[in-house]
Design a protein around this ligand. Sequence first.
Ligand code: TPP
Length: 432
Amino acid sequence: MKLDDLCVNTIRVLSAECVEKAKSGHPGMPMGAAPMAYVLWTKFLKHNPHHPAWFNRDRFVLSAGHGSMLLYSLLHLTGYDLPLSELFNFRQWESKTPGHPEYGLTPGVETTTGPLGQGFANGVGMAIAERYLAATFNRPGYEIINHFTYAIVSDGDLMEGISHEAASLAGHLRLGNLIYLYDDNHISIEGSTELAFTEQRTARFKAYGWHVQQVEDGNDLDAIEKAIVSAQKETRKPSFIAVRTHIGYGSPNKQGKASAHGEPLGKEELTLTKQQLGWPLEPEFSVPDEALKVFRAAVEQGKAEEGRWTSLFDRYRKAFPDQAKTLDQWMKRELPEGWEADLPAFPADPKGAATRAASGNVLNALAKRIKNLVGGSADLAPSNQTLIKGEGDFQAEQFGSRNFRFGVREHGMGAILNGMALHGGMIPYGGT
Ligand SMILES: Cc1ncc(C[n+]2csc(CCOP(=O)(O)OP(=O)(O)O)c2C)c(N)n1
């Protein structure tokens, strides 16, 4: 077996075996999306498995959170603190491998996903945070903030309205640092997407202003790689790469069927799958050394990447001490000294003040001192007083401005704000 195929099949079989052991879970999505995940995680993703919180890492969101075994396999294989023993505990109480990925519980999980569409919009928030921080802190020769946000999104993600709102705003803002891979497998729980989801997805994303590509064969690693390279080159549009995959790839009787979606393959079918993929039946949970070596290269690469960044940041610190101090503070989620000094007091008076007016006053008093307090409203700013006075609008090519115009997209706004907060470096707010 070619080394690349060995690596991809390692993800497939390990994921299916852990679902089988748990007697519940979703094997199909990891098996179909394994090739794109392999290419992304071994050839592109900038991350440090031994220091998952490195600030300038690429962010990766598995928006289709039910496919969590895909993420856990990747985290384990690339060297995060997620040993095989945790994978054996998949879906067990108090394990680090719950049915859907949970932020704060498992190293390397950037956001909690499972409610379809949320991760899609969280990723847009992460990309916004990156653009804001880059515009605020980067200086010629000192690109200290410059990472991508990637996600794998599914049919369910694209059906949910929240992703429509977030996609529309991402296109408007020209978030060129956002790259989404669409697991285009034509299947959801009830069966074929023909039942309820027949619009042209690629045309829809083009209309949103995204850079759209299609990979016809989800097992074509070169085509996936080329598509990601050209997505990275398109810096003025978010990228949508529709990758035609097959749910449950490798399973002779379940591939391409809804039955591969949300239940274990079954002992017999797992055996047949291993045979079809040319995988040894024993031992279970085997990770071939050659494959592990490919994945674990991430540890040294990550260390080197972060090392280069740290020395750049050290030089930045010398050249721009004030900015560096501020960024340090923002990264640590600390508030500046005296942040509360200008807070207004509202003496009791019989008539009272409108709460939105009081809110606007407080917000502006805080915003004067807390420069990473940013946000806006879903088209209601004149009424709910969410604008920061004297600041411009955050728009494409004006990424350093603090007033956000979310448009009439409340649901998207909520998840985008969460993504900005999760990214770190910003204190976002939103009003409706
Ligand atoms: C907001 C929301 N609604 C419903 C569900 C339940 N659910 C989980 S997966 C799924 C369908 C998934 O289809 P798809 O996204 O195409 O995933 P695949 O079948 O390819 O694994 C549904 C409806 C959910 N997780 N989130």
